[in-house]
Ligand binder design. Sequence first.
Ligand SMILES: C[S@@+](CC[C@H](N)C(=O)[O-])C[C@H]1O[C@@H](n2cnc3c(N)ncnc32)[C@H](O)[C@@H]1O
Length: 240
Amino acid sequence: MSPESLLDDTQAEKQEVKGYFETTGFERWNRIYSDTDDVNKVQRNIRIGHQKTVDEVLSWIKQSGELRDVSFCDAGCGVGSLSLPLAEMGAGSIDASDISEAMAQEAQRRAEEAGLTMSKLHFFASDLESLRGSFHTVCCLDVFIHYPQPAAEEMVRHLCSLTEQRLIVSFAPYTPLLALLKGIGQLFPGPSKTTRAYTLKETGIVQAAERCGFELVRRSLNKAPFYFSRLIEFRKYRTC
Ligand SMILES: C[S@@+](CC[C@H](N)C(=O)[O-])C[C@H]1O[C@@H](n2cnc3c(N)ncnc32)[C@H](O)[C@@H]1O
């Protein structure tokens, strides 16, 4: 396949992801990332697993003491599951964005509902690729599921370029067992209810960050049935 058609495919897939999260995806994930009982068993488990990831990030940030006077970028913020508690904890400033306007608007609505109307918390629609600026801490949780390996590594490099000190990312890690299950699933395709989901090889993600002058300082694995997410904190140790 030529580089041009690869690029076209990537753009087409991105538009598909955006379309999904403006419509059925918004409706589905807005329910998952809430406390409504209107979720099925799988969605409830995803909610539980995702909350573990968010709680761990908040605890890492709290432990580090780097919070007040710190600028945060929440890239692919969804409905604000990380940004809202971060603002409540007293983060210096938070720029939170999502490719889906529906998700970003819901995050803003939740912020207003929670009385978090400070100017330091800013929700807006943007894809990761268009993000610019410089932030002490950049977080990107559970967004790489929409990126195949080379694009995810490219995105790690982009996020590194926005990060002054700390980069926190989470993604579904590639494991041979998951690959096998996925392969079996593809032999019996059912009606597609969602977008494509990619698992990623951790070594590729870590090497991409290392090449940008970042080192892995801690990692964890957050699990629940139907949820499996590797969480990594990188620190910048040199400028490329
Ligand atoms: C599974 S949700 C995670 C949301 C949030 N990070 C969290 O942990 O609560 C994935 C989010 O990534 C967003 N997304 C997907 N592709 C994106 C892209 N290229 N740029 C920005 N956001 C994207 C989706 O709209 C969706 O809100």
